[in-house]
Design a protein around this ligand. Structure first.
Ligand code: INI
Length: 187
């Protein structure tokens, strides 16, 4: 009987040789600094060195997208982790910050091809946030760190992002694995 073959493409959890940027909001730093520590822990345990990780602080979650976009577009990083914590208040401010932060971070990764992990807690209470930053709910920063490694590996396999183009430029290769060079030679 003919056995069907499924092509499987996975990103492994080896961070060696990969570069990461972590963008962290100072707002609710009691929570975000715990998420940051866990994200760095995940990257280092998986083989990233201190030189391979850059940490950038911004005032609040609303400012995460623009700095993430700049870092992703720089071509220096394989993946980003954006860390924030938005706590529901009395007004609609929470909704605006949440929706624009998530929309902006999605745009940053879609525009650059560099994965951006969404590690922004959106909680009704401080207790909920604490649960997700190292208590009952584990630590979402650690999960985001591992996710960044997996996505960076997948992105490297598939190529084409800002990081792949930058790496190709500095090695004199094309970002598409040589396909464009072949086209040029054929002319
Ligand atoms: N920023 C946060 O990161 N979390 C919050 O809970 C929050 N609340 O509730 O207001 C918050 N607001 C600040 C916002 O992100 C911007 O920094 C600010 O509006 C200036 O642009």
């Amino acid at each position: 009987m003919l056995e069907a073959k499924i092509t499987k493409l996975d990103g492994n959890l080896d961070a060696q040789g990969l570069r990461f940027a972590i963008v962290v909001s100072r707002f609710n730093s009691f929570i975000t600094e715990r998420l940051l520590a866990a994200a760095v822990d995940a990257l280092e345990r998986a083989g990233a060195t201190k030189e391979d990780v850059v940490v950038v602080h911004v005032p609040g979650a609303f400012e995460l997208p623009i700095i993430s976009k700049k870092l992703a577009a720089s071509g220096k990083f394989d993946a980003l982790v954006a860390i924030g914590c938005v706590l529901r208040g009395e007004t609609a401010h929470y909704d605006y910050v949440c929706s624009e932060t998530s929309r902006g971070l999605q745009l940053a990764q879609m525009d650059t091809g560099v994965p951006v992990m969404f590690c922004v807690l959106t909680c009704d209470s401080l207790e909920q946030a604490i649960d997700r930053a190292g208590l009952k709910g584990g630590n979402k920063g650690f999960e985001a760190g591992l996710g960044a490694i997996e996505m960076a590996r997948l992105a490297r396999k598939l190529g084409g992002g800002a990081r792949a183009q930058s790496a190709a430029r500095s090695s004199g290769d094309s970002a598409d694995g040589g396909a464009s060079g072949n086209k040029r030679r054929k002319k």
